[in-house]
Design a protein around this ligand. Structure first.
Ligand SMILES: [Fe+2]
Length: 314
């Protein structure tokens, strides 16, 4: 077997469980004006220009993921934190400073920590903004995790539930269960004494094997909605051994054949302004990571080209 440079590769590092992507978090908001100031002007994200463009709902793009923000009589509160990767911390802090006044009569706040900037939306949702790093596996802009506060003693059962029903990677570290929901993406369930009532917000993930989890949810009496051919929902995470209800959070489960799967999302460059405009830089472009992948066939291609043309390949 040929291995370039005698390298040995960790093949398991490329594995992915059955949940292939965390696509959206759905949170009711009270008013689009304040949400626009927070998510777009503050965080620097992009409103979906094609879908949900009226005033009853707005979709907000974060790399390959989204927030879905329907307008509701009462804003919803996620019982935990959403972790984003947003590049350029200095620019992020400047944007957050700039929106302070516009959001002054709301719950909005932000604090800089060593490895993230913690922000609070106008209705109290906590959104943690991290710099890109190896922890997030090459994600340069995106939704890296959703972390929920769960009751004491629940995390082993929660990890077991995702392994058993969804066939995805799930491990317990200390008092938190980490569930793989995509490349560089996790659901984290952290034991806590915080006990807030569930108000119906939801998350959405894509799964490669769609019928397997469906069958197991039906068997356990956990399925709550047969949405359509490509989607179903459930709400209760239950201990796989005892059936005991552990935590409630509605999941929209979509197959990879769902028409919206891998839909290209528009992400803008938030540094672009009318006063310091640079042509061609309206769209967000990831910074180069500097990493190169091996190519053992390069020499073979050089030789083939030299033989065919009598010239040395570049
Ligand atoms: Fe949804």
């Amino acid at each position: 077997m040929r291995e370039p440079g005698g390298k040995r590769y960790d093949r398991s590092a490329e594995d992915l469980g059955n949940i292939t992507a965390l696509e959206h978090v759905n949170l009711g908001i009270a008013e689009q004006g304040l949400a626009t100031v927070f998510y777009m002007s503050g965080l620097g994200l992009t409103r979906d220009p094609y879908m949900m463009t009226s005033i009853d709902n707005m979709w907000v793009n974060v790399g390959r993921s989204q927030f879905h923000l329907p307008t509701m009589a009462r804003a919803q509160r996620l019982r935990g934190r959403v972790g984003l990767v947003i590049p350029d911390r200095e620019a992020l802090l400047q944007r957050l400073h700039r929106v302070k006044d516009m959001l002054r009569d709301t719950r909005f706040a932000f604090v800089e920590h060593k490895d993230h900037v913690e922000t609070i939306c106008p209705w109290g949702n906590r959104i943690l903004c991290h710099d890109p790093s190896s922890r997030f596996e090459g994600m340069a802009l995106g939704m890296a995790y959703v972390e929920f506060d769960v009751p004491r003693g629940a995390v082993d059962g929660i990890a077991g539930f995702y392994r058993d029903v969804f066939a995805t990677g799930a491990r317990v570290e200390g008092t938190a269960a980490h569930v793989s929901v995509g490349i560089g993406q996790e659901l984290i369930f952290r034991e806590s004494d915080a006990a807030e009532a569930y108000d119906g917000h939801h998350i959405q993930v894509y799964v490669a094997n769609f019928s397997g989890p469906h069958g197991k949810l039906v068997e356990r009496g956990l399925l709550t909605e047969e949405s359509n051919q490509h989607q179903y929902r459930f709400q209760q995470i239950a201990d796989p051994a005892t059936g005991k209800a552990l935590f409630e959070i509605e999941h929209e489960i979509r197959s990879l054949r769902h028409p919206l799967h891998a839909r290209p999302l528009v992400n803008r460059n938030p540094l672009q302004t009318n006063r310091a405009y640079i042509p061609g830089r309206d769209g967000w472009v990831p910074e180069p990571t500097g990493s190169k992948i091996d190519d053992p066939r390069m020499e073979m291609r050089r030789k083939r080209f030299a033989e065919a043309t009598g010239r040395a390949a570049d």
